[in-house]
Ligand binder design. Structure first.
Ligand SMILES: Cc1cc2nc3c(=O)[nH]c(=O)nc-3n(C[C@H](O)[C@H](O)[C@H](O)COP(=O)(O)OP(=O)(O)OC[C@H]3O[C@@H](n4cnc5c(N)ncnc54)[C@H](O)[C@@H]3O)c2cc1C
Length: 383
């Protein structure tokens, strides 16, 4: 997104991606109203929504079988009043196909950054492994957008503040029948949490487990016990849990929450998960990364054009985006705390009083929709 926005302003950009395509499952497929609004501002929303997707207009949670609506997106002051669910590779292919129409945008697939080039005390480019062998790419600014295990941030030894996370997530698919939940429904009971996301003819399922408990508790108990726990939580899955015949159908994703205390060094800026790894809670990480990109493009474009990207310019981007990051991560950490308290408490649960009092109120659902759907300090396309 940052590459696209800078190239729209005529700035020469090279994006390096280590894989040969964007095709990977369970990377997070949520495109929130804030991102859809940006696509509208860019004039490409209709083309985007012409691609196959599902639309979530609300998020609900069933605690002990009692369903409560947590967020209702239908009243947001945005063009699209829903979360679009689309495989992330479709989204990235769409964005990159728009970007490569611009003459100053270059996308190099199968280019894995292995380190930074430094010259005169500043980052002056990257080293990468390409299909034909190692290459060096020089640049007046390197932006690390390389995710939670970023090579850029570790090479630059930027200081990291890590927040311990007590949960991991198992992702898998189960088939979905007509008439079954249309939106995203989290189910909590008997010490377990299962999120079902409507993907048309299947549910994308996220099963929250205590950190590192897959190999120590869940697998030793066996697949039949795993099937039983799913059915105990969501009885209508009884007729299809045996679609999971092997642990290989489950993908374990280790959850992290951390952030750099300094997002930059001379010649280098980190954004998105490279600057602040996000948990899947709220499905907010992709959208926060995009908001970083929009803010960075607005602040960087004039400085790149005049050839004057200083540490002050980079600090300005961190200042702009750090507060939304901190608030969003605090929200995620609070949710982790409540989830981890209920994991392992195998008794039936009742919704906490606070949620029973708050969720019937329209104002609460609209506030949550704004927080999750638009985020803190939403950014807008400036040029
Ligand atoms: C289990 C789990 C589920 C999640 N679900 C959701 C969700 O549903 N919705 C949501 O909004 N967020 C979700 N998140 C968070 C979300 O995945 C991240 O916050 C978001 O992807 C960050 O985007 P990014 O562009 O910064 O990094 P990434 O999406 O990680 O992209 C980094 C890119 O850099 C490439 N790359 C990495 N290293 C190199 C290298 N050395 N050289 C070249 N290329 C490289 C990678 O291949 C990748 O394409 C989830 C997180 C987890 C852990």
């Amino acid at each position: 997104m940052l590459g696209y926005l800078l190239a729209r302003q005529g700035i020469d950009v090279t994006v390096l991606e280590k894989h040969k395509d964007f095709f990977r499952d369970f990377r997070g497929d949520t495109i929130h109203p804030s991102t859809l609004e940006l696509l509208h501002e860019l004039g490409i929303l209709d083309a985007f929504l012409a691609l196959p997707h599902q639309e979530l207009t609300e998020l609900a949670i069933a605690i002990g079988g009692q369903k409560m609506t947590m967020a209702d997106f239908t009243h947001l002051p945005t063009r699209a009043k829903f979360i679009a669910l689309m495989p992330q590779w479709d989204f990235l292919n769409f964005l990159s196909s728009e970007a490569i129409k611009l003459p100053s945008f270059h996308l190099l697939m199968e280019h894995e950054v292995t380190g930074l080039i430094e010259s005169n005390g500043r980052v002056a480019g990257v080293r990468a492994n390409a299909p034909a062998g190692p290459v060096e790419i020089h640049a007046s600014l390197v932006v690390g957008c390389d995710g939670r295990h970023a090579t850029t941030r570790s090479s630059a030894q930027l200081p990291l503040h890590d927040t311990g996370v007590p949960i991991d997530v198992l992702w898998f698919r189960l088939s979905r029948r007509d008439g079954e939940p249309e939106n995203a429904l989290g189910n909590i009971n008997y010490g377990e949490f299962l999120l079902l996301i409507n993907r048309g003819d299947y549910f994308q399922c996220a099963f929250i487990i205590a950190k590192d408990s897959l190999s120590t508790h869940i697998q030793p108990a066996g697949l039949p016990a795993f099937h039983e726990s799913l059915v105990r939580l969501v009885p209508f899955l009884q007729d299809r849990v045996d679609e999971i015949t092997s642990w290989d159908q489950l993908k374990l994703l280790s959850v992290q929450v951390n952030r750099l205390t300094r997002w930059y060094s001379p010649g280098l800026l980190c954004v998105g998960d490279a600057a602040h790894a996000m948990s899947p809670v709220g499905g907010i990480g992709i959208n926060l990364a995009i908001q970083d990109a929009v803010a960075a493009a607005r602040i960087l474009a004039p400085a790149l054009k005049s050839g004057a990207v200083t540490e002050l310019t980079l600090a300005q981007i961190q200042r702009r985006r750090e507060l939304p990051t901190r608030i969003t991560q605090t929200f995620q950490v609070i949710v982790h705390y409540f989830l981890s308290r209920s994991l392992g408490n195998f008794a039936p649960v009742k919704p906490p009083l606070l949620l029973r009092l708050l969720t019937p109120h329209l104002l609460f659902r609209r506030f949550m929709a704004r927080f999750i759907g638009m985020g803190v300090r939403p950014e807008h396309i400036s040029a």
